[in-house]
Write a protein that binds this ligand. Sequence first.
Ligand SMILES: NC(=O)c1ccc[n+]([C@@H]2O[C@H](COP(=O)([O-])OP(=O)(O)OC[C@H]3O[C@@H](n4cnc5c(N)ncnc54)[C@H](O)[C@@H]3O)[C@@H](O)[C@H]2O)c1
Length: 384
Amino acid sequence: MQIGIIGAGTMGSGIAQVAAQNSHSVILVDSSEHAIARAKSSLEITLTKLVEKGKISNEKSNDIRANISYSRELDSLHNCGLIIEAIVEKLEIKHDLFLKIESLVSDNCIIASNTSSLSIASLGSVLANSNRIIGIHFFNPAPLMPLVEVIPAVQTTDQVLNKSVEIIKSWGKVVVVCKDTPGFIVNRVARPFYGEALRIYEEGKADFATIDWAMTEFGGFKMGPFTLMDYIGNDVNYSVTESVFEAFYYDPRFKPSFTQRRHKEAGFYGRKSGRGYYDYSENAQEVSPKLDVELGKEIFERILAMLINEAIDAVFMQVASPEDIDLAMTKGVNYPKGLLKWADEIGLENILLQLENLFHEYGEDRYRPNPLLRKMVREKRSFF
Ligand SMILES: NC(=O)c1ccc[n+]([C@@H]2O[C@H](COP(=O)([O-])OP(=O)(O)OC[C@H]3O[C@@H](n4cnc5c(N)ncnc54)[C@H](O)[C@@H]3O)[C@@H](O)[C@H]2O)c1
């Protein structure tokens, strides 16, 4: 099957590489000549590295290169069986593109979007045959991250869903299927990792380094929240938080933080701007955490309880199965353990108690324990 990828930026060029590695003929389209040139040269750098490290043979590298053709014209996509759009995150621009694509391709071509924040139903609404729309959400960098979220819209047929899952699995990816709801699985369930850490900082309970230390030391997370936000970029991370907050009709659980907003406004994006929560300049002093075990455990337990509550809400709202939610968090954001498995191990009654204490202390809706958590504790059930 010929695969069309539109948008040769960060995501599109990575997805093209994945499809080409799996022996598809790929057409990578971008309206910008500059983007195409950049995608070509970054593929060359990647292939050279892979051959040097012995990860692929010279022959395989030549095959991958030969499998991708580049174009500035959408017409070149007319034979594709699957098109994945990875252009700028603007609904009107994506709509305009979908209208153009549909007039070019065959009736059974699947039209997919790699969007992180737009609803798949809204994206498909402009298509004459909207039951071929689907979300296929890769993580950055697409060739390395194993997880792909596949999101059927209300319009999508089972046939389109099954075919899409089959193709993406054949590329060696871990596929989770989730409902067309804001943030899908990962960008929804992960919000408290950032949000609760920021809240703890804002309350003056601990500084960035101490909160990061608590999460790596007691939680086994590869990076603490502030180090991770500095990696992702505070501009990018803040706008995901803001869009999830808006899309959930301003549910206080997802309220963005002034601290992050001010960092974004100041241009303190993180590593890429040289300064975020930490200073990345050459002579910067490393900041030491306060190694207070009691405080560290308290921070870790509070953030974890909030994450687990969010994962349980995704089960409660039928966003995805418990198995897929745990897979998404371990394979999409490298959590050391699935949150629901973690909840079982700690004991759901302990998580409920932790959340009830927070809710009682603050009286804020953000800390309300999920009804499914209460029900499961009452019925003495566990997730697995
Ligand atoms: N960057 C991430 O971490 C990430 C992760 C998952 C999903 N996404 C989603 O993937 C999509 C692309 O993100 P990105 O970070 O790769 O963006 P990017 O800015 O790196 O690349 C977008 C590319 O699309 C091209 N483009 C814009 N409009 C076009 C049009 N009408 N026709 C053809 N080409 C066009 C641009 O020239 C650019 O090269 C977005 O929907 C984003 O939400 C991004």
